[in-house]
Design a protein around this ligand. Structure first.
Ligand SMILES: *Cc1c(COP(=O)(O)O)cnc(C)c1O
Length: 349
């Protein structure tokens, strides 16, 4: 991983099947770069262990039920503890070995975590207990992708104040992709060897921040592509597809592409969404069908049946499609049913 960018440790986030990229493939591709892998559930963790991934694996949502603790211990998984009930259950459990705990503070996102006022108490209960091998204090930012918001600064201040109360020198974990890429204020924390960053979307080459002009260029890992299976000639006034949503204003050449919302292309993408055909930029037309969509070939006379179509990848950024579809690249990636991947350098910044 880009150790020059942050010299601390990195827990590569490969939840949700590595954001649609294939968790086992990504873990193998990153195994020399990442210091561990973060997933959402025991099922995801087991998939990695079954594939022989031996690095630390962190369960970002901890355990959902007491019965999972045994397996967590046996598989040597690390776990987030985000609520007092989990602290209580963990301390009362009889386990074959002590667990690595990431104790989560809710510093302002109000999703998971103990409130700052309750944090100290939970930390003291856990520290030194026979079921607890180590504790990494962690928190998560709600607005790291919004460079105009001061919410992140407030969250970091709260977190650091609590860390200071816990005593000198221990590890911590805060930074997601947006924090790593866009928050120079966090550099002192990131440069602490004891800090665990948690990069996700950036590993897959999409920016968490849409207006990323000032930021490092990221190299996409996924190419979502298909082929043209039919070419249509429209006269002025002809409409194409369901709802006759798009009407030709002049004679046009249109390609029918074998890809639709069943494959993971967003149905909400509008006419004008960028698409590349044989390397030429053009646009989506009309409404996306279940297994097909339409692309304007008027200005690409050489494009024909079998022409290659990039829905997103190196030429068409996933963020540009996401913006046109009213969503984010994260969701596009997760929904993909089939795509091509380059694993040569997933953290190529
Ligand atoms: C998903 C997730 C991340 C990674 O976020 P990106 O924006 O993809 O970098 C980090 N931490 C937690 C707790 C997460 O849930």
């Amino acid at each position: 991983m880009a150790k020059t960018l942050w010299p601390g440790k990195a827990m590569a986030v490969i939840k949700a099947n590595a954001y649609g990229h294939g968790a086992v493939h990504c873990a193998r591709a990153l195994c020399n770069e990442a210091d561990g892998f973060a997933v959402s559930s025991l099922e995801e963790a087991m998939q990695l262990r079954d594939a022989g991934i031996a690095q630390p694996i962190l369960l970002l949502e901890g355990f959902f039920a007491e019965g999972e603790l045994q397996c967590i211990a046996e598989q040597d998984l690390s776990l987030v503890v985000h609520a007092q009930w989990q602290v209580d259950v963990l301390l009362a459990a009889t386990l074959p070995c002590a667990l690595h705990v990431w104790l989560k503070m809710d510093s302002g996102m109000h999703r998971l975590g103990l409130l700052p006022k309750d944090y100290q108490h939970a930390y003291r209960q856990l520290s030194g207990h026979k079921n607890v091998a180590s504790i990494v204090p962690m928190t998560h930012l709600a607005n790291a992708d919004n460079l105009d918001s001061d919410h992140s600064t407030q969250q970091v201040a709260l977190f650091q104040a609590s860390l200071a109360e816990l005593g000198p020198c221990h590890s911590s974990s805060l930074a997601n992709s947006a924090a790593l890429l866009a928050w120079p204020q966090l550099q002192p924390m990131l440069h602490n060897q004891q800090h665990w960053s948690r990069p996700g979307i950036m590993l897959y080459g999409a920016h968490p921040i849409l207006d990323a002009r000032q930021l490092p260029v990221l190299e996409p890992v996924m190419q979502f592509s298909s082929r043209i299976i039919a070419v249509r000639h429209l006269e002025k006034g002809d409409a194409i597809g369901y709802g006759s949503l798009y009407k030709a204003e002049q004679a046009m050449r249109v390609g029918v592409v074998a890809c639709g919302y069943a494959d993971g292309y967003p149905r909400s993408a509008k006419t004008g969404t960028p698409i590349a055909v044989d390397g030429h930029m053009t646009q989506l037309l009309g409404r996306v069908s279940m297994d097909m969509l339409y692309v304007d070939l008027t200005a690409i006379p050489l494009a024909d049946i079998h022409s290659h179509v990039e829905l997103w990848g190196k030429q068409v950024s996933a963020n540009s499609v996401a913006q046109s579809a009213g969503t984010i690249a994260y969701e596009l990636f997760c929904n993909v049913k089939r795509a091509h991947f380059d694993y040569f350098d997933p953290a190529n910044i």
